[in-house]
Design a protein around this ligand. Structure first.
Ligand SMILES: [Zn+2]
Length: 262
C-alpha cells in the first residue's frame, strides 16, 4: 500500500485542482491490478495516466497532485484522477463483493486525504454543479456528459456513490465491512490428515495451494509458522461452512446497504 510508480505522461498543472475524478480501469478485480495498471501508465505505451490506482489491497500513486494526468479530457487540467479495478458495466451486486468493498474503503481513505489537502469538498457533484464550476467528486461519465470531450462512461451507472461518499466523509463509517483488515484476523490451520495449510478469516477458508504460497504469505504478513494449529479435516470443513454462511450474510448486508444508499 502507498507505493509510487511514476506515470509516463504528465503535464504541468497551472489551474488549481477542483475535482476528484473517479474511474474504473476496465480491468478485472485482483490484488495486482493497481500495480499492473500503474506499470502500464509508466510504460508510455498509451497516452494515458492517472494520479492513483486502487485495487482491493493497494493504493499505487502514479503522479503527485501538483501534476496533470491524462485521463478525463475536460477535467484533466483541474482534476485528480483515481482509477479503480473493475468495470463500468458492474452491477450493484458486483460492486458489493468483498474485493470491491475492500477497494472502495482503501480508495475513500486515500481520496479523503488528497481532497482535504487540496481543499476539495467531500461531496459528490451533480452534472449541473460540475458544469457550474463547483468543486467536489465526480465520475468520468459526468465529465464526458458535461464537457463532451470523451465518450467514457466509467465508473458506470451502478457505482455506489452514496456508499463511497459516506466512506469518504465518514458518515457511513459504521457500514465499513471489516475486509481490509481481514489479514489481521487471519489464522492458519494445518490438516492433520493431508498437511495442507489453510488460511482462515471470518469469511473465507483458503487452502494454500503450494509451499511457496504459504511461504510468501508468511513473509508478506510477517508471520511465524508457529502460528499454525493442526485440526482434523472434518473440523476444517465445519469452519469453512461457518465462514460461507457468515460471508453470505455479509454480502447480503452490503448489497442492501448499497441499494438503500442509491
Ligand atoms: Zn475513465
Amino acid at each position: 500500500m502507498g507505493e509510487f510508480t511514476p506515470a509516463h505522461y504528465i503535464a504541468q498543472r497551472d489551474t488549481p485542482c477542483r475535482v476528484m475524478v473517479i474511474h474504473t480501469m476496465e480491468a478485472p478485480e485482483g490484488p495486482q491490478t493497481a500495480e499492473n495498471v500503474a506499470r502500464y501508465f509508466a510504460s508510455g505505451q498509451v497516452v494515458a495516466s492517472a494520479h492513483m490506482c486502487v485495487d482491493q489491497d493497494s493504493v499505487v500513486y502514479c503522479l503527485p497532485a501538483s501534476a496533470v494526468a491524462f485521463a478525463a479530457p475536460g477535467c484533466n487540467s483541474d482534476g485528480y484522477q483515481v482509477e479503480h479495478a473493475g468495470y463500468a458495466r458492474q452491477s450493484p451486486e458486483e460492486w458489493g463483493d468483498a474485493a470491491s468493498v475492500a477497494m472502495l474503503q482503501l480508495s475513500a481513505q486515500a481520496t479523503r486525504e488528497i481532497a482535504d489537502s487540496l481543499g476539495i469538498p467531500l461531496r459528490h457533484l451533480t452534472d449541473e454543479e460540475l458544469a457550474a464550476g463547483e468543486s467536489g467528486f465526480v465520475g468520468h461519465d459526468q465529465v464526458s456528459r458535461v464537457y463532451k470531450r470523451s465518450d467514457h462512461t466509467d465508473p458506470g451507472p451502478s457505482f455506489p456513490w452514496s456508499y463511497y461518499m459516506g466512506l469518504v466523509n465518514g458518515t457511513t463509517a459504521q457500514l465499513a465491512i471489516n475486509t481490509t483488515s481481514e489479514e489481521n484476523n487471519m489464522q492458519f490451520v494445518r490438516s492433520k490428515q493431508t498437511n495442507t495449510i489453510y488460511a482462515v478469516t471470518p469469511y473465507t477458508v483458503t487452502a494454500m495451494t503450494s509451499a511457496k504460497t504459504w511461504q510468501d504469505t508468511v513473509k508478506a504478513l510477517a508471520l511465524d509458522e508457529e502460528y499454525t494449529v493442526s485440526l482434523d479435516d472434518g473440523d476444517i470443513a465445519a469452519i469453512a461452512a461457518d465462514c460461507a454462511a457468515r460471508r453470505q450474510v455479509l454480502v447480503a448486508d452490503i448489497v442492501a446497504a448499497l441499494k438503500a444508499g442509491e
